[in-house]
Design a protein. Structure first.
Length: 517
């Protein structure tokens, strides 16, 4: 039983939770089908040979949108972000020829290269200067544009592209390649949550939906991946700087039933996680997310998402986790003959260490299917969670000055087990606090359309089943320390109480756990 303010400012830094090992969309295979002679010559003499590359990439494609997609993918696969140049403050040439020769770029270089390759493909592409709520963005829109991206003309309309961000991310001072398409042809209205053009006409929305700088400043940071997961706002949206006098709740709609969502709160300066400061509740395609702050300090609130029908693993580990746990266990698997030496080598080749970050990052290669499958096999054998969450929303949150927070070392909400994260129609009615007191009689009540039995237990002790009432909810009053006691020792004090649920009345999965005070 399982119980910048600089114009070159450019990359989106995502951190807190592990993202997925494999991108949701694969690169177009044409980017690796270019003859070696063309690939090498285009970096040696771009002016002479770029047209041959573009012709090879786009030949036979009648759709301009697909041509741009292939060009976008080739740039993502071949041009790295120049983190060293960015942090040195000494910006060198960012024209397309220099970018190809050096195989590195800042945002203006990516934009100029995409413009040139689209021109050679017979597609109109322009540069758009503006403001971006990513790496280096403060609490206000800077006086000067801090980013640049593209608009390409497809048919009679314009589509937005930010190839810089789709290439990868800055992890502190290191560029990590990580392909995505979240900024490729994202709807202009959705693009405006993160990108505001300096010139209003480049917003490409109806006049009634034009954003001002003040509106842009007040809205939360919403990356393109929010919309890729089929998420949308349902009612009031959080502000970029949200002030609270207690718990605050926001509603969302889920277009895809396979998408699961998680919340989180961290102290803004230290990024230390606030324990159980958020709560997610879902009913069908409707979802509510509640957030609170433990003190009067400033925090950041996050929403994360993943798909329950996809196998996704972390793209980074702490060095302590990789060196002290992942790698030694993988070596034991090899010694026991459960994996081959080649499979073990796939793991060591797939992650590289960044000393100042104290992390191992995925050395991404979407086309090395053998290596990628070997790594997945090892992670399955190590029983790592295959549901890594990805940040889809971020905003600042702090008290209004009068509210002092719910208190340090206090569990605001219960701790949710992974099983609950993937529930579609189960809600906790009571108790909603993160802890219960020893000796108290607690009213437990759960509403669910997914489970046929619900029970409560303390520290692995006897399951106490809850009764199904006339309203369809499972409920019961249980005393912590007498009804709920640790396994095998009725005289010891329980340290935690958990709620379990079963679909067949036999196998129970953990939903929530409470700390016993």
């Amino acid at each position: 039983m399982k119980y910048g303010k600089r114009f070159v400012l450019c990359l989106l830094a995502l951190a807190l939770f592990s993202l997925q090992l494999y991108a949701r969309g694969m690169m177009n295979s044409r980017v690796r089908s270019v003859p070696a002679a063309i690939s090498s010559s285009v970096t040696q003499n771009p002016k002479k040979n770029l047209s041959a590359l573009v012709q090879n990439l786009t030949e036979g494609l009648g759709d301009d949108g697909l041509k741009v997609r292939v060009i976008h993918d080739w740039i993502c696969d071949n041009i790295a972000y120049d983190a060293e140049m960015y942090f040195s403050g000494k910006v060198k040439k960012q024209d397309w020829e220099s970018v190809l020769k050096g195989k590195k770029a800042l945002a203006p270089g990516y934009v100029d290269l995409l413009n040139k390759m689209c021109e050679l493909a017979g597609i109109e592409s322009i540069s758009i200067k503006g403001y971006f709520k990513g790496f280096g963005y403060g609490d206000d829109v800077p006086e000067e544009p801090n980013h640049v991206w593209n608009a390409v003309k497809i048919g009679s309309g314009w589509k937005l592209v930010d190839v810089t961000l789709d290439t990868g991310s800055l992890e502190q001072r290191t560029f990590v390649k990580r392909y995505s398409t979240q900024w490729l042809f994202l709807d202009p209205e959705k693009f405006l949550y993160s990108h505001l053009p300096e010139v209003a006409s480049y917003q490409y929305v109806d006049s009634s939906k034009l954003r001002t700088k003040d509106q842009f400043k007040q809205e939360p940071y919403v990356p393109g991946v929010f919309f890729e997961y089929g998420l949308s706002f349902d009612g009031e949206i959080p502000g970029y700087r949200t002030t609270v006098s207690g718990p605050v709740t926001y509603g969302f709609m889920l277009a895809d039933p396979a998408v699961s969502v998680l919340g989180g709160v961290c102290e803004k300066v230290t990024m230390v996680k606030a324990s159980n400061a958020s709560w997610i509740e879902r009913s069908g395609n409707k979802l509510s997310a509640s957030f609170d702050v433990p003190t009067a300090k400033e925090y950041q609130a996050f929403v994360y998402a993943c798909r329950s029908d996809e196998e996704t693993y972390p793209w980074f580990f702490s060095d302590a986790e990789f060196d002290g746990n992942i790698l030694p266990k993988a070596k034991k698997l090899a010694s026991a003959g459960e994996i081959s030496k080649d499979e073990l080598k796939s793991l060591t080749d797939s992650y590289f260490k960044v000393a100042h970050n104290r992390r191992y990052y995925l050395n991404e290669d979407l086309f090395d299917e053998t290596r990628n499958e070997n790594v997945k096999k090892i992670f399955r054998l190590l029983k790592l969670s295959s549901k890594s969450m990805e940040e889809v929303l971020r905003f600042d949150i702090r008290s209004d000055g009068v509210y002092k927070g719910y208190g340090l070392n206090v569990e605001k909400y219960p701790t949710a087990y992974t099983e609950y994260t993937f529930c579609k129609n189960t809600a906790l009615v009571s108790p909603m606090s993160g802890s219960v007191k020893l000796g108290d009689t607690v009213h437990f009540e759960i509403a669910t359309g997914e489970y046929s039995a619900v029970a409560v237990a303390a520290d692995g002790g006897e399951l106490k089943k809850l009764a199904k009432g006339a309203n369809g909810n499972y409920s019961g009053d249980l005393t912590v320390g007498s009804d709920l006691v640790p396994k095998g020792d009725k005289d010891s004090k329980p340290t935690s109480v958990s709620v379990f649920a079963s679909k067949d009345g036999k196998h129970y999965e953990g939903l929530w756990v409470y700390k016993v005070e």
